[in-house]
Design a protein around this ligand. Structure first.
Ligand code: ATP
Ligand code: MG
Length: 261
């Protein structure tokens, strides 16, 4: 089984803040994994550090296929096959979604086949009317998330980390996004879906669920782990793990509670 994403001992700091404290995570090609955790655990930081957002320092290893991400530019990481779907997608004034997708097409040499795929996906995702508007400008939360999915489809990455793909979505939109994620499942691709709620996981099949707390993966299991989280809450999990109530990734020492696991 080949890993699409293989993270080992990933540490990340932002200035003095020690946020990721040794993340180990593998997503085999062909699988969809969920990453869950309470606010401030370090999930978005993990996405940013994988993608190479400036300002963070990282140590350890993060492989996309055989390519080490750490040390590469954002551009190189994208070309190596990594995609980050943002928790808060940015608005890009003056650039239409059609122009952005055409640029992507040009950069990766997708040609007519990609153009056709984009047009048909835009139709099926009800995004056609946004194609000639500036990227994300004035879009609702749900529309922005769909726009991200369309860009993902165009880039056809090896690994996609989708940060809070379901936040701010209404019930139908959650189902639509879950269906879109399922459609992106491919033998050559690994998907990591970050969410706070097990709701979206009811509409898609996840191969594995990982729980992040205070900058580390503290538990991994099957889909039933998401249901357990829903019933116990993160609070219940915290107690089980003996983690300080107020601890976030950046605040917690983290080492004591993890030792007991
Ligand atoms: N650029 C930054 N500047 C200051 N603090 C940061 C920065 N990035 C992350 N942090 C801190 O690191 C911790 C983890 O943040 P992160 O955004 O990764 O959490 P998260 O797990 O995505 O939470 P949420 O579910 O609320 O989005 C938080 O305490 C946050 O304030
Ligand atoms: Mg986040």
């Amino acid at each position: 089984m080949t890993n699409a994403l293989h993270i080992q001992g990933l540490e990340a700091r932002y200035g003095d803040l020690h946020i990721l404290k040794g993340v180990d995570l593998q997503v085999p090609a062909g699988e969809v994994h969920a990453l869950m955790g309470p606010n401030g655990s370090g999930m978005s930081t993990l996405c940013h550090v994988l993608m190479g957002k400036p300002g963070y320092t990282a140590e350890g290893s993060a492989l996309v296929g055989d390519t080490e991400m750490l040390g590469l530019s954002v551009d190189e990481r994208a070309r190596a096959g990594l995609f980050e779907g943002f928790q808060y997608p940015v608005e890009v004034g003056g650039v239409t979604l059609r122009d952005l997708l055409a640029e992507i097409d040009g950069a990766i040499g997708g040609g007519a086949a990609l153009e056709a795929r984009i047009e048909s996906a835009a139709e099926s995702m009800d995004m056609a009317r946004f194609m000639d508007r500036p990227v994300n400008e004035g879009l609702s939360g749900g529309e922005k998330k769909r726009s991200e999915m369309l860009q993902l489809l165009a880039l056809d990455p090896k690994v996609a980390v989708l940060d809070e793909i379901d936040s701010g979505l209404d019930i139908d939109a959650v189902r639509d996004v879950a269906t879109a994620v399922e459609a992106l499942r491919s033998p050559d691709r690994g998907l990591l879906v970050i969410t706070h709620y097990s709701r979206i996981l009811r509409y898609m099949t996840v191969d594995r669920v990982h729980v992040m707390m205070a900058g580390r993966i503290v538990r991994s299991g099957g889909a039933e782990l998401a249901e357990a989280l829903e019933s116990k809450g993160y609070e219940g999990m915290r107690k089980e793990f003996g983690l300080d109530e107020s601890a976030t990734a950046a605040e917690s020492g983290g080492d004591d509670f993890i030792a007991g696991l």
